[in-house]
Design a protein around this ligand. Structure first.
Ligand code: PEP
Ligand code: MN
Length: 337
């Protein structure tokens, strides 16, 4: 249930109402926008007398909401959430491009790629240290030493870093990571989601391989219900009957998710397609449908990449793509800073 407060009401009266709602055993999410304050009532609201609340002088409207996700629901929080990583903002018109290799492979590799993607306009560096691979015989990532190399690349370039966590037991290792990625395979690892709800650190939550939009938003709800609202969603393609591409990029999910939630949503055209030549057109289409950023795999030697070479752009291809993204951003009203 949501309660919209009339403009310019006395804080004391609003607080009294909040206190009364809490006394009914409900939690209250308060969202103060520029023109209105919205109270989101969380818990069993079936016995709450809607008419009684609507009759109060300070109340504009009261609505029941059907969706099971509350904290992440745009009805609770009409304005866009802006996730700010040291001045690098996602959402509310801010758009960023995250780029880097699928896996961190060596110091030379990550630093060379970091410098190249930064020069082309990327603002966040990606790189997997712990890799969730379908085969136990595939490269599993450099682990903790890969994280160290990412920290070094951050020191050299000044770019914030994003990397994937695969196990709740690694959480302490990630304390200096700027954005923690939850990969598609862990989207419903609820214990991991709860743990990331407890820490104050931005989280990139990828959509599961076969997850509905509602399931994806419920996973975000786990993190936000724990108290961490710094969540960026990422559409990375879903599994369909079409084998030509690695996954099927669900472009329609972007406007749908922007309607349903206030959280920023970005697109990963690399894992969505699995083919580097499809990354540029899918990136441009994603900007066109209103995403708040992109995460793109870039490798300086894709033929010898330890993972996902086929979908990785070379630095020069990435720079060329960035040149095409910029004019489109103007058209859709997005900006980097
Ligand atoms: C990745 O970003 O390297 C990755 C493994 O992505 P996903 O979880 O989307 O497959
Ligand atoms: Mn990858």
């Amino acid at each position: 249930m949501i309660v919209v407060i009339k403009n310019n009401q006395e804080e004391k009266q609003v607080n009294n109402l909040i206190k009364w709602i809490k006394s009914l055993g409900l939690a209250v999410n308060v969202s103060k926008g520029e023109s209105s304050t919205v109270l989101g009532l969380i818990g069993d609201t079936t016995k709450v007398d809607m008419e009684l609340i609507a009759s109060l002088d300070i109340v504009e409207t009261v609505k029941r909401i059907q969706e099971p996700f509350k904290n992440v629901n745009r009805k609770f929080h009409p304005q866009d959430t802006v996730v700010d990583i040291n001045g690098c903002k996602f959402g509310g018109g801010f758009f960023q491009v995250i780029a880097g290799p699928c896996s961190v492979e060596s110091e030379e590799q990550i630093i060379a790629i970091a410098k190249a993607v930064k020069a082309a306009g990327a603002t966040v560096l990606r790189g997997g240290a712990f890799k969730p691979r379908s085969s136990p015989y595939s490269f599993q990532g450099m682990g903790g030493s890969g994280l160290e190399l990412l920290f070094k690349a951050r020191e050299v370039t000044g770019m914030p870093i994003i990397t994937e966590i695969v196990d709740v037991r690694h959480i302490d290792l990630f304390k200096d990571v700027d954005i923690i990625q939850i990969g598609a395979r862990n989207m419903q690892n609820f214990e991991l989601l709860k743990e990331l709800g407890r820490i104050r650190k931005p989280v990139l939550l990828k959509r599961g391989l076969a997850a509905t939009i509602e399931e994806w938003l419920m996973s975000a709800e786990y993190i936000m219900a724990g108290g961490n609202a710094e969540i960026i969603l990422c559409e990375r393609g879903i599994r369909t009957y079409e084998p030509f591409t690695r996954n099927t990029l669900d472009l329609s999910a972007i406007p749908v998710v922007r309607e349903l939630t206030h959280l920023p949503v970005i697109v990963d055209p690399s894992h969505a397609s699995g083919l580097s030549r499809l990354v540029p057109p899918l990136s441009l289409a994603s900007v066109g449908v209103g995403c708040d950023g992109l995460i793109i795999e870039v490798h300086n030697d894709p033929m010898h990449a330890k993972s996902d070479g086929a979908q990785s752009l070379k630095p020069e291809q990435f720079a060329d793509l960035m040149g095409k993204i910029r004019p489109l951003m103007d058209i859709v009203g997005k900006h980097t800073f």
